[in-house]
Write a protein that binds this ligand. Sequence first.
Ligand code: FES
Length: 112
Amino acid sequence: MAFEKICTLDDVWEGEMERFHTTDGTGVLIVFPNGGEPIAFQDRCPHQQFDLATGKLENNVLTCRAHLWQFDATTGQGVNPADCRLAIYPTRVDGDDVFVDVAGIAPATSHT
Ligand code: FES
């Protein structure tokens, strides 16, 4: 597959996150960190696959609502615990449109 439009910059503002789906049904969490650019992450928590879009984004830290695992919203690296991370899909902004390419990237899982 290749890059496809997933949303626009009107759909996700700086400091927010929102879940979208690609045409093949892959869930993608678009996170727009403060001071950064939109990033596409897997939409499920690597812990027990809870919906990350229902979590909290604060000070560029994404917190899963289920058991409060935390991730750096600029890199996907686990903050607590640190030995996990979110998969990142290549993301491109062209004008107001946000494009992602999910081909060949599997969501990360971690210990339970
Ligand atoms: S499912 Fe996200 S912290 Fe457990």
